[in-house]
Design a protein around this ligand. Sequence first.
Ligand code: MRU
Length: 351
Amino acid sequence: MPKIIMSQHDSIRAVEWKDNHLVLLDQRKLPHNEQFIALYSADDTAEAIRNMVVRGAPAIGIAAAYAVVMAARKSYKQYPQDWRQRLLAEIEMLKNSRPTAVNLMWALNRMCEAADDIQGDPEYPLLELAKKIHQDDIDANYRMGELGSALIAPSHGVLTHCNTGSLATGGYGTALGVIRSAYSKGIIEHVYADETRPWWQGSRLTAWELVKDKIPAHLLCDSAAAHLMKLGKVSWVIVGSDRIAANGDVANKIGTYSLAVNARYHGVKFMVVAPTSTIDLATLCGNDIPIEERPQDEVLNVSNQRIAAYHTQAWNPAFDVTPASLVDALVTEKGVIENPTAEKIAALMAS
Ligand code: MRU
């Protein structure tokens, strides 16, 4: 198996398998504390996914794949005759940890299918598959970095939303991988990153990754994006995705849809960067994508400090759906689709 490669602009790994357990960089503590936590069970991993210790669609899929290894070890030890049934229950529990990112279900389905064919101790073969899922994601990100950066004409800047970097993936990143590639080739000079309310993935995570990689960047309030586009400071908006429906509709972090609408109005191009594990052919269109609604407190409070007036209620959808018609380019590791449609996506997935 090829070893994980670190390019000049890729210095972070948030999900790692060490000896017999999973190690996660606790993303709730960033950017002020780089604290790692060790996990030894599927239950603890599901909790870590729910609580945003690990987040980002590909990263939660990879963490869940490693969780299946730990669940299989436990099931085989306790019930050597009946381990598969026990494992299925743990896989179902992991699937329910977050609803929108389909990479979670995709990785768990792959682990589940592999478990079906195993005779004897399942730990080693499942660990090999989890490591492959992890490495394939990194390879896909490097490939998408090449393909996506090739679409960008030399320009001052690009805008991104949420965190799509090494922290959100196996490494390097989806949208941030394209940005890393474009910067390292001298195609872009500057990155604008939305702070991304209410979890601040932009301020706490993307800005941290960009500073670490010495890529010049400005953070902006989510509501400043339209003004930025009007001033002509960005040529592309580049985002990741949590699930892409068969017709090309794109679910991503809340706020992405407004960026796409604003980009079209201002003549700024809109690029979605996602591995094919994010494409869900079983979900026909964006209306069918389950959108996670998170607790009100995430909006009413900032860093545990109450901001909103007491007795205020808040609505906190974590994702929104951008219609395919607003997407100029969908970049996957299998190739680029311009102006995605159901037919083009079906052909790409069949290739
Ligand atoms: O709620 P999060 O932080 O898990 O949401 C993450 C995103 O929306 C990312 O943009 C998405 O997963 C694509 S990135 C690899």
